[in-house]
Design a protein around this ligand. Structure first.
Ligand code: 3H9
Length: 700
């Protein structure tokens, strides 16, 4: 038997134990081990079999590293078929998470028991896949079509108690899981419980409300952003209702294979591993010590500071919110309460949860009250002098060893660190707005930031539910620095011949959550306007801001004033094209002597996305980002870049770097080198047939 799986008999109950760290994924060794054990159990004196796992979790799914490689025997469906057809009941004993193929293993068992803290789910959709080992056929047979749809299309795991209510788990075990599962198995045998095979349940098509599948398909396609898995999941659920199980399983298999070989899934699997990779800092050993974080403090109770405070409270970490006076503090705490009440209204939190979380947030107006914090995050507005002043105060007040972090989006972390006598404790933590929602955290390493500070911040980021990526110090760090070219080209395209709607809908079709022009309206055009007024420099090219400036000066600030590049319906906030703006754009183009022309969708995409790639390559070259895949993580989690395209650098690899490079040269010849000078790294890779992915794999 494979070393990853052991089999023994206790009190006439066979115990199959999977032990394959880190997450007991269903590698070939695990599949083979389970199959051997199930076959053995058919012939021995055991009366029932418990399937359990060692380590932190039950089986967390298929082994994703095997995808895209030649399949290895035995396949998972062979293992599941042997289990389901076992002559003795098999009971899954779940702790941690039973996910994807892992939950499908449990569903092929005759009974399922779990500890109260366990979760079960089918997260395949998050990898651009569907459950390919019976999940789409077995879940609706127990939980019903609607619940199966919600569970499989969202990919979100559910807690054991809810799973029991849905019939997906039979028994919650208190105390030791394996002992409890053995005793549950004993009871089943003694009471002559039947071999419950989910495949024997049929769904009566008459119970499905008419039009359910058409509506479900419409709903998922409206939100697809380039993903296709959700649509195929609906097809599988239809098969579960209309076909006998073996035909349904066959259909599921075909659609699983289609998705497995799709570019969308390749991109999403890239992001899965990129996300985990991004948390690792090159040159920092895993055993780097970390500082204890039991108490946080946030300076500034505005939208950002409040959002960050919520992240800590949500993770159960007490946090002090510091403001300049009681009035500002009250305002900050009110916003937090309001945010929580919206979540309660949406049914995602209970009043009791909110009470618990609010109790973890205390207000203060005095620096002495944050002296004991293990981490302090400054989140005041972007003014370097103010930030320096705050850090000098923190240096005076905070205990030795406290981590002093700045949530700046643009300022020089080293200059801020220099305001203290302990620059090694200073680090950048760039959250994205709204901070309690957005997943990305750019961790900015200053020239003197200590290794243990970085390791601690990475770990704390994960604790508070963030996806972390490391950036060096530069203006705008990874994400905002890259964004400059994206926004600029969107604006220039307007002058050259596009309508706002054309630019936005093309990029939305590409998969961006919202096009760049509409994004400007959402953020408020006055914000950029004010920033430009305060930083006007000689030689600035006025063209990229001409339309925006004109809109602001005519009182159109974007959504907040009901009009910007678009007009907005006061109730639905739906955007409507405005001929008045189209006239303004034409007039501005004329002023600059720009001859307007027809612009293709392909050009719109290249003009907006390639600046991201080119700046990304410069950022890599300068060592600001550790890996191309970290840049992808920044864009997918911080800027709503479509995950089905895998981030800008992965996307460029798929297009082919030679083709991207050639296009950039074409744009340089047409628009000048100021905006289109290709990165040396891009040039080298393009000329040598290389890719960003190859670069990431090179040893450091
Ligand atoms: C599937 O099941 C398809 C089937 O329907 C059909 C088949 C025919 N495989 O996340 P962590 C690695 S699709 C390989 O940091 P946590 C991960 O890369 C699968 N490796 O831990 C990392 O490696 P490293 C459906 C995997 O405690 C290490 O484990 N299942 C897999 O924060 C630790 O991971 C899923 O999508 C895997 N399946 O969270 C579940 N999973 O240390 C995916 C993890 O070298 N997994 N690794 O960087 C998860 O959601 C989380 O890992 C889990 C633990 C919640 C389990």
């Amino acid at each position: 038997m494979s070393h990853a799986v052991s089999y023994s008999i206790r009190d006439k109950i066979g115990v199959i134990s999977v032990d394959s760290p880190p997450v007991n994924a269903l590698s070939q060794r695990v599949r083979e081990g389970i199959l051997d054990a199930v076959r053995k159990a058919q012939k021995d004196k055991s009366e029932a079999v418990v399937l359990c796992c060692k380590g932190r979790t039950f089986i967390a799914g298929a082994d994703i590293t095997e995808f895209g490689k030649p399949p290895l025997e035995p396949g998972l469906s062979e293992v599941l078929s042997a289990m389901e057809n076992s002559s003795k009941p098999i009971i899954a004993a779940i702790h941690g998470a039973a996910l994807g193929g892992g939950f499908e293993v449990a569903l092929a068992c005759h009974y399922r028991c779990a500890v109260a803290g366990a979760r079960v789910g089918l997260p395949e959709v998050k990898l651009g896949l569907l459950p390919g080992a019976g999940g789409t056929q077995r879940v609706p047979r127990i939980a019903g079509i609607r619940a199966a749809f919600d569970m499989i299309v969202s990919g979100n795991p559910i807690a054991a108690a809810k799973a029991r209510d849905m019939g997906l788990v039979n028994e919650i075990i208190d105390g030791d899981l394996v002992e409890g599962a053995i005793s549950y198995a004993r009871d089943l045998v003694d009471s002559g419980a039947p071999l419950k095979r989910i495949r024997d349940v049929n769904i009566d098509p008459a119970t499905i409300e008419p039009g359910f599948f058409e509506q479900a398909r419409k709903r998922v396609n409206a939100r697809a952003r380039g993903q296709i898995a959700q649509d195929r999941i609906v097809s599988c659920l239809e098969a579960a209702v209309n076909l006998p199980i073996d035909k349904g399983l066959k259909r599921e298999r075909e659609l699983f294979i289609e998705l497995l070989t799709s570019p969308e899934s390749a991109a999403m699997r890239h992001i899965f591993f990129a996300e985990r990779q991004a948390a690792k800092i090159k040159g920092l050993p895993r055993e780097t010590p970390v500082r204890e974080i039991n108490q946080a403090a946030i300076i500034g109770g505005g939208t950002m500071g409040g959002g960050i405070a919520m992240c800590f409270a949500n993770a159960g970490i007490p946090v002090v919110l510091l403001e300049v006076n009681d009035e500002a503090l009250d305002r900050g705490l009110k916003i937090i309460r309001k945010n929580y009440s919206i979540t309660v209204k949406r049914g995602k939190l209970t009043e009791a949860d909110v009470k618990k979380r609010m109790a973890l947030i205390t207000g203060a107006t005095n620096y002495a009250d944050i002296a004991d914090a293990d981490i302090v995050i400054e989140a005041v507005f972007e003014n370097l002098d103010l930030k320096k002043e705050i850090f000098a105060k923190l240096d005076e007040t905070c205990k030795a060893g406290a981590i002093l972090a700045t949530n700046t989006s643009y300022q020089d972390v080293d200059a801020i660190a220099a305001a203290t006598a302990r620059p090694e404790d200073v680090v950048g933590t760039h959250f994205f707005s709204p901070a309690n929602v957005m997943k990305l955290l750019e961790v900015v390493r200053g020239a003197k930031t200590a290794d243990d500070v970085l390791a601690t911040v990475m770990l704390t980021g994960k604790r508070i539910g963030k996806v972390c990526a490391l950036s060096g110090v530069c203006y705008g760090f990874i994400g905002n620095r890259m964004l400059t070219g994206y926004g600029r080209e969107a604006q220039l395209l307007l002058l050259e011949g596009c309508t706002p709607q054309q630019v936005d809908s093309t990029l939305e079709k590409f998969g961006m959550a919202m096009g760049p022009v509409a994004m400007g309206d959402l953020a408020g055009l006055d914000v950029g306007y004010k920033a430009r007024q305060s930083r006007k420099a000689e030689g600035d090219d006025p063209r990229p801001y001409a339309v925006s400036t004109r809109l602001v000066e005519s009182g159109r600030f974007g959504q907040k004033t009901g009009a910007g590049y678009y007009r907005y319906d006061s109730e639905t906030r739906a955007r409507v094209s405005d001929p008045e703006v189209e006239v303004m754009i034409r007039e501005e183009a004329e002023k600059f002597g720009i001859e307007r022309r027809e612009i293709s969708e392909a050009e719109i995409i290249a003009r907006c996305i390639y600046p991201l790639v080119n700046e990304g390559a410069k950022i890599l070259e300068e060592g600001i980002a550790q890996r191309a895949s970290d840049i992808d993580v920044v864009y997918v989690f911080g800027y709503a870049f479509p995950v089905a395209k895998g981030g800008p650098m992965f996307y460029a690899d798929q297009v082919g770097l030679k083709s991207v490079y050639d296009k950039i040269l074409e744009f340089r010849n047409r628009h000048g080198e100021q905006n289109w000078e290709p990165a040396n790294l891009l040039k080298q890779l393009a000329e040598n047939g290389g890719s960003f992915a190859d670069l990431d794999q090179r040893p450091a």
